[in-house]
Design a protein around this ligand. Sequence first.
Ligand SMILES: Nc1ncnc2c1ncn2[C@@H]1O[C@H](COP(=O)(O)OP(=O)(O)OP(=O)(O)O)[C@@H](O)[C@H]1O
Length: 235
Amino acid sequence: MMFHPTKHPTSSPKARTTLNAQALACRRGQRFLFAGLDFSLEHGRILILRGPNGSGKTSLLRLLAGLSRPEAGQLFWCGMAVPPSGAGLSEQVHYVGHSSGMKAAFSVTDNLRFWARYLGGAEDRLEASLEALDLEALAHLPVGALSAGQQRRVSLARLLVAPRPLWLLDEPTVALDSDNQHRLTGLIQTHVQNGGMAVIATHTPLGVDGANLDLRDFQPEAQHMAHDPLLAFED
Ligand SMILES: Nc1ncnc2c1ncn2[C@@H]1O[C@H](COP(=O)(O)OP(=O)(O)OP(=O)(O)O)[C@@H](O)[C@H]1O
């Protein structure tokens, strides 16, 4: 795939941007979700995370976002080892997870303006972000007054307020109608066509080309399960 570093305002990846995982392991509570997980992702590529509920897709995305630490193994960003804190990688990442990350009482515009500032983006991207997710007519409304699919679109608009090369998307189609699923597909395709990368957990087809990583292939065979799930809970 061609690399166009300056063509699109949503991405400003470095040439030869790469993300590699070597022998990653993740433990939640007393249970190893996966171990020995390797993958390699280059600019312009998509990695699609597969696996049943509870197999560790969200846990892997949180680990890549620097929100939790691996139990073992090593991440490399552009060939540089990422420390357990995630420093050096977490600043390159947009993470859109299950929660919207928005303040319910604030308007769509105010929420996105906050994220633009927080993520080091420019406010002049706001209009384009609203337009890309068909949010202009909702921009003045408090996020808490929006439907689930509309709130999801606000979360996705965050991807566009600041350019970051690696998009981590957790079930991004949830609550989206078919028009907006197509809109999302277009955004992802544009991002990678211009040199971005994406790791996407999904149970449904996204209409994008990507390599598949099935978490079931990395489950340790013998599990020491906690008898009481509450005892295993971690913040
Ligand atoms: N805070 C936590 N403390 C302990 N265990 C947790 C915690 N959060 C999640 N888990 C466990 O980790 C396992 C993997 O959860 P995760 O959310 O990563 O799965 P998933 O593959 O994303 O699932 P889904 O397809 O349902 O979204 C689950 O068994 C879950 O109970």
